[in-house]
Structures are given as structure tokens and as C-alpha cells.
Design a protein around this ligand. Structure first.
Ligand code: XMP
Length: 507
């Protein structure tokens, strides 16, 4: 498969570049800024390299490391923003501090529309975010376009196939940005074979080759990633895939029925393990958050192990996606996953081999795959839910009674968000049960009961998040219903903390 690689110089839009190239149908991945020309040359199917933007100045000592022989990678190279300056700098040109910065929408005057800027027109709006400028080009380069403050806003060296743009073609504000990236892809002669149909076909093939005649097991959490991985694998190996859904007693309302409906009739060995008693027994008396996580994680593994040896599986399939690997700090293809995403981490002595069919996909691509594989909409659009479930939303000791309160409160939050038509706007909306009591008045008597916290969050990448400024009417409807419908609760509070400093979950 042809591919284009983005080298990450720390710019906030680095992954956006990669996604845009994929939208153009070419597989794209992000690698560290100092990936060497030799490493690039050794890559199968590499057709082009893009250097991302970044906050540094090419003269800073702290600027990200790069391989000085990058120009000899043997494929076309496009520098964006910082990358544009760096390529000019390496080639022997001059970068200088601009008199004024250019931030935001800027008018680009195209002087030469051959190649990179073909079809852009003489004037076009572009998105800028810089102060340094390329002041002088290396020999053999021609200027393609300028703006008021950047006389060399785009350049090309046709012979060595090196291109630069000071602006960001990957953001939607740049009117003809996709056209420019498309031109670069054409200059790279990269084949467009990264369509979801192709991806599914290739993944099914890969899964068949990997698992061979053996058996695989997958833990189904009900989230879109593991669900998509399961349905993909079921296409590849059918009933040799055992999909285990563990009812821990700490799941969302109606989850087991939901999962039975979604997976029961499919071509796979789907199993529900009802293990609530085991989880509650193991959690009895435990208050400390990390211990709770460990206990829950260990029990999950125990149950998978039991199922795996029962069916004789050799492979453990996981729904790890590209962003999970980025979050875990993948560099140079290392594949360690944050334990967080594995419900407490995998044991070191695990005999099962791990297979991650979605490892290269962005979340929106997983959703697109899920649609193509005809997974129910309810799975594709639902809020994420943590592996340890309500266990980390019930502060202090976890009991079946508290789990039921927390589950019902969470159900009400979700129902009211859906009723108001805003459910899909949010990353998560859920309820947390506190282990303290406060005084209330219900009917004619004073009460002394536990409060419920409502947490509704907006986030793009899970790394940072803002609490949602949900209209008061919705919060009021949630609060009224919770205190009316759940006997054990007399007070509802709203969490107004961003992440950081708080995490999304309370434990
Ligand atoms: P935090 O609380 O770390 O959550 O801000 C970020 C996102 O990760 C989810 N989360 C987990 N998911 N196992 C999981 O599978 C876990 O142990 C876990 N802890 C948090 C959380 O729900 C949010 O979407």
C-alpha cells in the first residue's frame, strides 16, 4: 500500500494533516521528527513526506531534532509552517524573524500555479500562524505565492521535489487546502487505495493470516472500538472468534440486554459471563481507587483466561486504536499501551498473543468502519464508558445497592440529554455517587442521604476536557428526576471542573 509519512515537529495540527491525507485516500502515519532518511527509504510503499508545523524557531537550540539528510529521502517532501522554514533552512536559504506575526485568515497571492498550487486561483484565503518567515530561498527554488508579510509563502524545487507552504493547508479555514494537499499527493504519485472498503478487505485478510487456523478471543465492552474489532474479526474467522461480554454488575443500565441484541445473532461465538457476584465479593470493603481498579482488572483477566482456555484460543484481540497508541507515547513503532485502556493492564506472564486489528485507525475511521460493517447506530454514537465501569464512579466501597443508585442516576442523565437532542454533542454524561450524606427535606420530613454528582464533559481527544455549559433547564430536569425517582438521593450537584486539573472520572 502506498503511504505518506508526516514527521511531527510538535504542531497542534500534526494529526490533522495525517487525517486529511487519509481523506484523500492515501494511507498516512505520523512519525517522530528525527526519523532519518535511511529509515524513510527502508519503508515499504513510502511515496512522500510532510514536515508538520511546530512552535519553535529553526534557530532555537530547543527546536525539535531532525535528520539533516532528510532532503535525500528520495521522495517528494512538503514542509508546512515550521516545516516550510526548516526545509528552506536545511537547503541553505535564510529564515528570519518577521516584523509582525501573521495569525489567522490571510490572503494568498499565487504567482505560479504549476504543481503544488494548481487550481487554487490567483487569490485565495489561507490560515496562518507564524512570526518567522523564509527570507531567502536556497538555489534552485522558485516562489509560488506570497502574502502581505510573507514574500515567500510557498515555494517549490521541482528537481528535488521539495515544497513548502507557510500556511496550514490542513485546516478548513484554508479555502483550497484540500486541493493543495491533493496536488502534493499527485506529485508523490501515491495511489489512493485507503478507502474504508479497501481497509476492511485488507484487515480481514491480515486477520486471517495472523490467526491462521487458530482461535481468538475478544473482550466486548460495548464501546465502538471493541465492537468494531469483534465484527471485523467475525468476518475473518467467523465462529473461531469467541467474544466475551462480562456483566460485572458495574455496567450501564440495560447493558447486558443491549449487548445480547447487538451481538447475539452474529457469526461468532458470543458469550455473556454473568459475574456480578464475583466482582462485588472481590470489592467488598475496598475503598482505595487504585486497588479497586486493580481488583476489577485482575478479575477481568481471570474471566478472559477461563474463557480462552475453555475454547483453546491463542490470540487476544484488542480494540486498541491509533490515538490510544499515541497517548501511550508510541515512538518508533513501539507498541506499549497505557494500562488505562486495558482495564488495569495485561499480566506479564500472559500466554495469549495480542492482536490489534484497529491499531492504525483514527476514531472517526473506526466509526466509518463500524458503519460499513453495519454495526447498530446506538453503538457507534454512544458515550465512552470506562473499563472498570461504575466501580470508579462510586466513591468509597462498592456495593450492589450503590451500583444500582449510580446506574439509575446515569440512565436519567443519558435519557435527559437524548430528550434535549444534545447527547451526541458530549464526550460523556454520567453520574457519580458520593460516600457522604447531607440533609434534605422530602415530603414533610427531613432526610439524610447521599448526593449524586452530575458530570457532563466536552473533549476532543480525552487528554483535556471542559465541563459542559449545559442549559440550566436540562440540569434541572435531571436533578428533579433523580431526586423524584431514586429514593436514596436527596441532592444533586454539577461538577464544574475542567481536565486538568480534574480527571473526567472521579477515581
Ligand atoms: P480520565 O478520568 O482519565 O478519563 O480523565 C479519560 C477517558 O478515559 C476513560 N477511562 C478509562 N477507560 N479503563 C478504560 O477503559 C479505565 O480504567 C479508565 N479510566 C478512565 C474515561 O471514561 C474517559 O473517557
Amino acid at each position: 500500500m502506498d503511504k505518506i509519512t508526516v514527521l511531527d515537529f510538535g504542531g497542534q495540527y500534526c494529526h490533522l494533516i495525517s487525517r486529511r491525507v487519509r481523506e484523500l485516500g492515501v494511507y498516512c502515519e505520523v512519525l517522530p521528527s528525527d526519523t532519518s532518511a535511511a529509515e524513510l527509504k527502508a519503508m515499504d510503499g513510502l511515496r512522500g513526506v510532510i514536515l508538520s508545523g511546530g512552535a519553535a524557531s529553526v534557530y532555537d537550540e530547543s527546536s525539535p531534532a531532525y535528520s539533516p539528510d532528510i532532503l535525500e529521502a528520495g521522495v517528494p517532501i512538503l514542509g508546512i509552517c515550521y516545516g516550510h522554514q526548516l526545509l528552506a533552512h536545511i537547503g541553505g536559504g535564510r529564515v528570519s524573524g518577521g516584523k509582525v506575526g501573521e495569525y489567522g485568515l490571510t490572503s494568498l497571492k499565487v504567482k505560479d500555479s504549476r504543481g503544488l498550487l494548481a487550481g487554487v486561483g490567483v487569490k485565495s484565503d489561507v490560515w496562518m500562524n507564524h512570526r518567522d518567515i523564509v527570507a531567502k530561498l536556497p538555489a534552485g527554488y522558485r516562489v509560488l505565492a506570497s502574502t502581505r508579510h510573507s514574500p515567500i509563502a510557498a515555494y517549490a524545487n521541482d528537481k528535488s521535489r521539495i515544497f513548502g507552504v507557510q500556511f496550514h493547508p490542513e485546516v478548513t479555514h484554508t479555502a483550497k487546502g484540500m486541493r493543495m494537499l491533493g496536488n502534493f499527493v499527485r506529485l508523490c504519485k501515491a495511489k489512493s487505495d485507503w478507502t474504508m472498503k479497501d481497509v476492511i478487505g485488507k484487515s480481514v485478510e491480515e486477520a486471517r493470516e495472523t490467526i491462521g487456523a487458530g482461535k481468538a478471543i475478544i473482550g466486548l465492552s460495548g464501546g465502538v472500538d471493541s465492537s468494531t474489532a469483534a465484527v471485523l474479526l467475525s468476518r475473518a474467522i467467523g465462529e473461531r472468534l469467541t467474544a466475551v461480554y462480562v456483566d460485572t454488575g458495574l455496567m450501564r443500565h440495560g447493558e447486558t440486554e443491549f449487548m445480547e441484541k447487538a451481538f447475539g445473532g452474529r457469526k461468532m461465538d458470543f458469550r455473556v459471563v454473568r459475574a456480578a457476584d464475583r466482582f462485588f465479593a472481590a470489592l467488598k470493603g475496598v475503598e482505595e481507587p487504585e486497588r479497586k481498579r486493580k481488583i476489577i482488572g485482575a478479575l477481568f483477566i481471570e474471566i478472559f483466561d477461563e474463557a480462552a482456555s475453555e475454547v483453546g484460543a491463542e490470540y487476544l484481540v484488542q480494540g486498541t486504536i491509533y490515538s490510544d497508541r499515541i497517548e501511550s507515547g508510541i515512538t518508533r513503532h513501539s507498541d506499549n499501551i497505557k494500562s488505562h485502556h486495558n482495564v488495569g493492564g495485561l499480566p506479564k506472564d500472559m500466554k495469549l498473543k495480542v492482536y490489534e486489528p484497529l491499531r492504525d485507525l483514527y476514531k472517526d475511521e473506526v466509526r466509518a468502519m463500524a458503519r460499513q460493517l453495519r454495526l447498530p447506530d446506538a453503538i457507534i454514537t454512544r458515550h465512552v464508558f470506562p473499563g472498570p465501569g461504575l466501580g470508579i464512579r462510586i466513591l468509597g466501597e462498592v456495593t450492589p445497592e450503590k451500583a444500582e443508585i449510580c446506574r439509575q442516576a446515569g440512565r436519567i442523565v443519558e435519557e435527559e440529554l437524548r430528550k434535549a437532542g444534545v447527547y451526541e454533542k458530549y464526550w460523556m454524561g454520567f453520574a457519580v455517587l458520593l460516600p457522604v450524606k447531607s440533609v434534605g427535606i422530602q415530603g414533610d420530613s427531613r432526610t439524610y442521604k447521599c448526593p449524586v454528582v452530575i458530570r457532563i464533559i466536552e473533549s476532543k481527544d480525552a487528554m483535556t476536557a471542559n465541563f459542559s455549559k449545559v442549559p440550566y433547564q436540562i440540569l434541572e430536569a435531571i436533578s428533579t428526576r433523580i431526586t423524584n425517582e431514586i429514593q436514596e438521593v436527596n441532592r444533586v450537584v454539577y461538577d464544574i471542573t475542567n481536565k486538568p486539573p480534574a480527571t473526567m472520572e472521579w477515581e
